[in-house]
Design a protein around this ligand. Structure first.
Ligand code: UDP
Length: 498
């Protein structure tokens, strides 16, 4: 690349000949993080990448920017101001985890839609245009930009193919509209295995104002797109990838697990945001524990847990007598919980429990040999990170496609046990009842972490998937090859049109 301009902030693309991908992530951690990983993977394979973001989100990407700069990768941020105030959002509210109520999600979605014009204007100044757009499905409006510049658009939705296929069937057949009751069982015509879920546990059942209004456009633009980029790998979901391609007529490029672009602790620790605790302290604590003895408990970036549910979870962890790391995210901190933690709990568990308040270096922790189990909300990123780390999981889905990911882990991969949630904990909705009791927590932890034959077999299977995941991204592996094919194909389209 000519000029050796530093990769990173708002540079012009460094080369006019390399295949150039414009990545437009949805501003939620579970969607942005894999896109930054994808940026790195594409750049490592010789492509040039521009990643669209906004100031607050860019600040969270400081670690990512430093890492691509250090590796001299041709990745730059294309930063656009975010019109929060214009759409009735508090200043700086630029990420879904900052949207404080369901009623404001519609405003957030509209503010994202308003990025269309400034983005198109920036692209008009750049010659040649990017070879291709990879856009989150939520940014349905990127389809019109791709058409304006006559370039292909690929979609990304942050899920696995198993869940994406179920979601496709739901939208294609209007399954949620046809079911009247939340408990009504939905069946999925054409799905390659018998699949049944109550309506409330299906993807698309968030019923948040704003999402409903764009649902149809999202689906239409997804179906108009050139294909799909998936954070998964061929060996994990062969049948579902084939079925997805057949049913939708869209090509799927499985190029994951994207998190495996991180090869050392330096880049892992700053992934997604600055960790709220000292990395060395965290590693020292883990080093002091026996291999495979620690259960890691974290529910991603969006799921909220009521104070009384947090207390119940803590008591279950205490009763399990196993070492644990428990992440209480910033948004779930409350005086009630802090008081309870300080009133004896932290003292009682101090020799075997670590509480992280805020952003945890999740990959760094999962990759440590002391971690032997992962209690997860089954967001797809956490799920695939658990798969890569080769650890069995305790599944505690909250909403959206998390119930499908639970099925994948427990019923198909057989690398996890259900905690047995009683229902759906919708995003930003007060949850009056306990979804999981302390006894259920204790039982699940002992089932997963004991020395019995069933648990040992689960651990072996999990390890095996971890090995397969790594192979997929090694030279000659399925995802490695798919990344190369994707770059080649988008490069050819660029040459054909230019
Ligand atoms: N994550 C993290 N530290 C945290 C919370 C989350 O690194 O304290 C990362 C996690 O590793 C994953 C992403 O944030 O990559 C969350 O995505 P996921 O799909 O699991 O859940 P979501 O947040 O979308 O519900």
């Amino acid at each position: 690349f000519a000029g050796n301009a530093a990769a990173g902030d708002d540079q012009q693309p460094r080369s006019t000949t390399a295949t150039h991908f414009l990545l437009v992530p949805w501003m939620a951690q579970g969607h942005t993080i894999p896109m930054t990983d994808l940026a790195r993977l594409l750049a490592e394979h010789g492509a040039q990448v521009s990643l669209v973001t906004t100031p607050v989100n860019a600040a969270r990407m400081a670690g990512f920017v430093a890492a691509v700069e250090e590796a001299d990768l041709p990745v730059q941020l294309l930063k656009l101001p975010f019109p929060a105030a214009e759409f009735g959002l508090p200043d700086g509210c630029e990420n879904m985890d900052m949207v404080q109520s369901r009623d404001l999600l519609g405003n957030f979605i509209e503010a994202c839609g308003a990025l269309r014009e400034p983005l198109a204007a920036r692209l008009r100044q750049q010659r040649p245009p990017p070879s291709c757009i990879i856009s989150d499905v939520m940014h349905w409006w990127t389809g019109s930009i791709a058409r304006e510049f006559d370039i292909p658009k690929l979609t990304f939705n942050g899920s696995c193919t198993f869940a994406s296929l179920a979601r496709y069937i739901i939208y294609r057949d209007d399954l949620l509209e046809k079911a009247t009751d939340e408990e009504e069982i939905i069946t999925f015509p054409g799905f390659p295995m018998p699949l049944e879920l109550p309506k409330a546990k299906c993807p698309g059942s968030m019923y948040v104002p704003g999402v409903e209004q764009i649902r149809q456009k999202v689906f239409e633009e997804e179906m108009r797109s050139y294909g799909k980029v998936m954070n998964s790998f061929q060996e994990l979901e062969t049948l579902y990838i084939e079925s997805f391609e057949q049913m939708t007529g869209k090509k799927v490029w499985t190029v994951g697990p994207m998190c495996l672009c991180h090869k050392d602790s330096n880049t892992m620790v700053a992934r997604g945001n600055k960790a709220s605790m000292d990395e060395a302290q965290c590693l020292q604590w883990l080093d002091s524990k026996n291999p495979g003895s620690v259960i890691f408990v974290s529910f991603g970036s969006l799921a909220s847990t009521e104070p009384k549910q947090l207390v119940e979870l803590g008591l279950g962890l205490e009763a399990s007598k196993k070492p644990f790391i428990w992440v209480i995210k910033a948004g779930n901190k409350s005086p009630e919980v802090e008081e309870w933690l300080a009133d004896g709990f932290e003292e009682r568990i101090k020799d075997r429990g670590m509480i992280i308040r805020g952003w945890a270096p999740q990959m760094l922790i999962l990759w440590h040999q002391a971690v032997g189990g992962f209690m997860t909300h089954c967001g797809w990123n956490s799920t695939i990170e658990g798969i890569c780390a080769g650890v069995p999981m305790i599944t505690w889905p909250h909403f959206a496609e998390q119930f499908l990911n639970e099925k994948l882990v427990v019923e198909l991969l057989k690398t996890g046990v259900e905690i047995g949630v009683k229902g759906v904990t919708q995003w930003r909705t007060e949850q009056k009842e306990l979804m999981v009791t302390r006894n259920a927590v204790e039982t699940a932890v002992s089932t997963l972490m004991n020395d019995g034959e069933a648990a040992e077999e689960m651990r072996m299977r999990a390890k095996d998937f971890g090995i397969k995941a790594r192979r997929a991204l090694e030279e000659g592996g399925s995802s490695y090859n798919n990344i190369r094919l994707l770059i080649q194909e988008m490069g050819k389209k660029q040459n054909a049109s230019g």
